[in-house]
Write a protein that binds this ligand. Sequence first.
Ligand code: ADP
Ligand code: MG
Length: 608
Amino acid sequence: MGKINLLDIETVNKIAAGEVVERPASAIKELIENAIDAGATKITVEIKNGGISYMRVTDNGSGIASDDIEKAFLPHSTSKIKSIDDLQSLYTMGFRGEALASIASVSNVSIITKTKDEMYGTAMNLEGGKIVSKQETGCPDGTTITVNNLFYNTPARLNFLKRDATEASHISEVVSRMIIGNPSISIRYISSGREVLFSPGNGNLKDAYASVYGRELAYSCAEINYNYNGIKVTGLAGLPFSARANRNMQDFFVNGRWVRSKTITHAGEQAYRTMLMVGKFPILFINVQLTPGKTDVNVHPSKLEIKFTDENAIHSAVFWAVQNAILNSEKIKDVDAPPKKTEEKSDFNVKSTLKKEEYSSPKKEVTEEIFNDELINVFKKKEQKEFEQGSFVTNNTFREDFVPMPENVENKEEIVFEEEKDENNFEVKGQIFDTYIIVQKDDKMLLIDQHAVHERMNYNKIVKNLSVNSQVLMIPENIIFSGKEKNLIFENSDVFYDMGFEIEDFGTSVIVRRIPDNIDVGDIKNTMLEISDIVSQGGDPEMIYDKARFTVACKSAIKANHKLSETEMYELANSAINDENIRTCPHGRPVVISLSKKFIEKEFKRIV
Ligand code: ADP
Ligand code: MG
C-alpha cells in the first residue's frame, strides 16, 4: 500500500495558519491591517490573557457586504487584487487573502459587520473555520472581529506560546508600530480592561509618537520631511545626544507598513556618522512613501523584509532626509522648564482637554483657558511652546539650497551669497569662560557657544560654495608623516586639494604650501590625518567629501577658551541669532541656549 496521503483541506489550512498566525500578536497585526485597508479612522484593540483566550478588533471602516462574508473566510480570497499585475499599483497592507481563513481555522471567530449601503449588518460565528451561524443584526458601519481561544485545536502551537504577559507585550509592540506608522488613524489598545495605548489620529507624527513613547521624547526629535525624486520621506529623528545603546528605538515603514530594510537602517545611521560615538544608535522613525511598483513586498512570508527596485535612490533619499532634519532642528535650546516628569497618562489628559482643531494645528494660539485648572503646572508654558513649534520644520528654504545635492554642482556659479541679516535686535553683554557669549535679546538671556556657532558658519559656507577658501603659507610647512599615512595622503591628493590643501611629496616628509582658511599651523597635521582617516574608511564619495568638510569646518573654527574681540562676539552672535541656516553645530549640538527673564525671576523668587 502506498504511503502518500492527500491532506484534507482543514489540515492544509491549519498548517498554512502556522505561517500567518504564529502567535496572538500576528493575528492582531493581520486584523489591524485589514481595518486599515478598509479605510478605518478609528480602531480599537481589546485583549485578555495576552490575546490567547480573547481578542477583539473593532473598526469604523468599509465593512463587508453580507453576501461576501463567507468568501472573506476562504483561503486565498481577497478583494484587494485580481491578478499578480495588480501588485504594481497596490496600496493595501494585505493582498494574500490568507489571514481570516488562517485565524478562523485555529480559533472560534465571530464577526459583526455592516457596509454603509446596507440597512442591516451581519453577524456570523465560526468554529475551527466552519460556519456555525449567520444572521442579520443591527450594528454601526464597520467591522468587529472577536477571536476566542486561539490555537484551541492545535495544541502544539498553544504549548509554544509564552506567558500571557509576554504575549501581551508582543501585541503592544505591534499596536505601537501601527500607531506610529499611521498617525491619521486613532488607535486604542485595551489589555485586560486597562487602556494601554491611545493615539489621537490627528495626522501629527509627533503626537502619534508621543502616545507610544511620551511627549518629552517625541517633541525632542527633529521632524523629517523630504522629497527626493518622487520618494517622500517623513518621520522623526532623535538628536545625536539622545542616541541609544541599541536599535530598539528605530522603526521603519514603507507606505505605512512596518518593514525591515538594511538600506533604510544604513542610510538613516549614516546621516549621523561623525555625530555619534561607536556603539550608539540614533532614535529613528522613518516612513518612506513611494509608488508601490518600486518595492517588492512579496519576498518574505510575513512581509517584513522589503526590497526596493532602486535601493540607491532610497538610500540617498533617506540619508538626505535625516541629515536635513537633524541640521534643521530647534535653533535655540530652551532651558526654561525643568525636564518633564509627569506620566504619559497625563499627557493624554492635556490632549483631551484641547479641542480637536486646536490640537491638530499647532501654530494656533493655545490660550490659557484651554487647560483646566488641575493641569496648570510648571510645564504648561513648555507644552504651549511645543504646540507652537510643532510645525516649524518645513517653512524654511534651508533644506533645498543647503544640501550639496549632486545637481547643485552644475549651478555653482549661480549661488549668490546672501547678505547676513543684521537686525540689530540684540545686545552683546560679554563673554564667559572665554567660551560663551552672553547676549540680551527681548526678554531673554542667550548663551552662545562660540565654537559651535563658528563651526556651523564655516561648514555652511563651505557647502554653499562647494569649495574651501584657502590661504598660501608665507613659509611652507614641512610635516613628517609615516610611510603609510603619506601614501594615503597622496593617493587621495584630489580630496586634499578640494579641501584647500596644496601639498608636495618631499621624500620623508610632506611640504604644505596652502591650507584651508583659519586653520592654525599647529593643526595642519591633525587635520590632514583626520581627512586621510575619513578617506581610508571608504564609502560614497559625496559622503567622504561631506565628512572632510566637517573636519575642515571644525578645525578652522574659533576654539573654546579663546578670548574674543567685541566685533567677533557681535558677528558670531548675529549669525547665531539671525542666520536661519544655523541651528546646531555640525555635530548636532545646540548653538544657543535661552533663559527667559521670567524664568530667572522665578528662580530668584521675585515672581511665583
Ligand atoms: P487580505 O487582507 O490579504 O485580502 P484577509 O484574509 O485578511 O485577506 O481578508 C480577506 C478579505 O476580507 C479582504 O480582502 C477584505 O475584503 C475583507 N476584510 C477583512 N477584514 C475586513 C475589515 N476589517 N473590514 C472590511 N473588510 C475586511
Ligand atoms: Mg488581510
